[in-house]
Design a protein around this ligand. Structure first.
Ligand SMILES: Cc1ncc(COP(=O)(O)O)c(C=O)c1O
Length: 447
């Protein structure tokens, strides 16, 4: 597929050249959907970083940015956060992997058991989607049933994408429109069924439709909305009544919303939970945690991989969890996030911008609402924030080392940017102001 460029800012020439080469080497040029530059302000924003420190990164052209998205979520402490990298480097000198096992596995698992309510046994892996696939396999093995009921985003594996086999729009409200089922076995049709967030009747009805066949309910306990009072308790009760495994996908909420994740924050304990982004400050470590009886069903269930226990990620994980336990990381992230949301809200009102902020204090999204013009306005927002040294698409993952100065710079950039947007909208000049092509659509998640 051809790249459709708008104007290319010379400041990003190095990034642009690398991306042209990448498009020849990788389908759509990148390994993670959310790193596709077409989703932001193509040609007017960095595409490749060279180095990063705390809440900032430097691109391959030497430009510095405050980062509001922190590796798309996993970097909770900040880039190159010293105690974590020191632990990882020390472990490199001792050996990155072994023929036999390493005690770090036990140390990290012990900490997770201490911090996470549902955690009695742990299985490590390398990605959030991988953890979800493992949890679903365990639940199917444990119950001897096939059907999975889901709400939210859970990765790219066959079990999940098969939801679109019956209708190509099933995943629209949980992932995004237009997800093809190419390569997913058609035999999986009607094995993965959605239910609506904050709607117990939707779950109750779906459980009834598939009576006796449901292995598990997998859901994000929250994304950008809090659960209604009693909702998660109701889900827990329905899972028990129907003898199916309740899995919370805590890939985003884990070690971010509270030390023990959303299950601690909302006081509802699932049977299994999956973790990814928050465990190791960006080192590739993910995990399934859960009740012993269910996790032990793995004795009859082959789930195994060479790199699931590499020692560098485990050393980083151990150091990260210790840092989270002993320092006011989560409170600080939330305080910083609150300053940003309050400041943005004030600026939205000052400039009479049609935008809303949804989510939690340390992970939220600011979304514009200009009907058919929305994507143009969002692209212009990113273009102008980047021009002021802030890499921002409207998605915010706050980290522990975002400073007061960072907050002030983000808000100063937003003040100027909203001024430009407001004038452009009033004078119907968005097209003239836009140097990048209109961004393509990214994830759409309603929960
Ligand atoms: C809730 C949730 N589950 C699963 C995943 C997939 O995680 P990964 O990209 O590490 O496979 C994500 C990624 O954003 C996520 O947000």
């Amino acid at each position: 597929m051809e790249i459709v460029w708008g104007q290319i800012n010379k400041k990003f020439n190095g990034s642009v050249e690398l991306y042209k080469r990448a498009r020849e080497l990788f389908p759509y040029g990148t390994q993670l959907f959310s790193r596709r530059p077409e989703l932001y302000a193509l040609g007017q924003a960095p595409i490749y970083f060279e180095r990063a420190k705390h809440g900032h990164f430097w691109d391959v052209d030497g430009n510095e940015f405050i980062d509001t998205c922190m590796g798309i979520g996993p970097v909770t402490l900040g880039y190159c956060y010293e105690p974590i990298d020191a632990a990882a480097k020390a472990q490199i000198d001792k050996g990155v992997i072994g023929t036999v096992n390493n005690e770090l596995e036990i140390q990290v698992a012990d900490l997770m058991v201490e911090m996470v309510l549902c955690a009695e046994m742990i299985k490590f892996c390398k990605s959030g989607g991988g953890a979800d696939a493992i949890a679903v396999r365990i639940a199917r093995g444990y119950t001897g049933k096939d059907v999975v009921l889901f709400c939210g985003y859970h990765g790219w594996h066959d079990w999940y994408i098969s939801a679109n086999l019956k209708s190509e729009s099933t995943l629209n409200e949980h992932l995004m429109p237009g997800i093809s089922t190419k390569g997913v076995p058609s035999a999986l049709v009607r094995t993965c069924i959605p239910f609506q967030y904050n709607n117990l009747d939707s779950l109750r009805d779906t459980l009834k439709r598939f009576e006796g066949k449901v292995a598990c309910i997998i859901m994000e306990a929250t994304r950008f909305k809090h659960p209604d009072e009693g909702y998660l308790e109701g889900v827990r009760q329905l899972a028990d009544e129907h003898k199916c495994v309740l899995i919370f996908d805590e890939v985003v909420t884990g070690f971010r919303q509270a030390l023990g994740g959303a299950q601690q924050y909302y006081g509802v304990t699932p049977d299994l939970a999956t973790f990814g982004k928050g465990i190791a400050n960006g080192y590739p470590l993910a995990a399934v945690a859960g009740k012993k009886e269910i996790m032990a069903s793995q004795y009859d269930n082959f789930i195994s991989s060479t790199y699931y226990s590499d020692t560098v990620s485990l050393a980083a994980g151990l150091a990260t969890l210790n840092e989270l336990k002993t320092k006011p990381v989560i409170e600080t992230m939330k305080r910083t996030g609150k300053k940003i949301t309050a400041g943005l809200q004030e600026l939205i009102e000052k400039h009479k911008i049609k935008a809303g902020i949804n989510g939690h204090s340390n992970h939220f999204v600011m979304a514009f609402d200009y009907g058919e013009q929305t994507n143009k306005v969002s692209t212009l927002f990113t273009q102008e924030m980047v021009a002021r040294g802030v890499y921002c698409s409207g998605m915010f993952y706050i980290c522990y080392t975002h400073t007061q100065q960072d907050v002030e710079k983000i808000l100063a950039a937003a003040d100027e940017t909203f001024g430009i947007l407001s004038k452009g909208i009033e004078q119907e000049q968005i097209d003239e102001l836009l140097k990048a092509p209109v961004r393509q659509l990214g994830f759409k998640r309603l929960v």
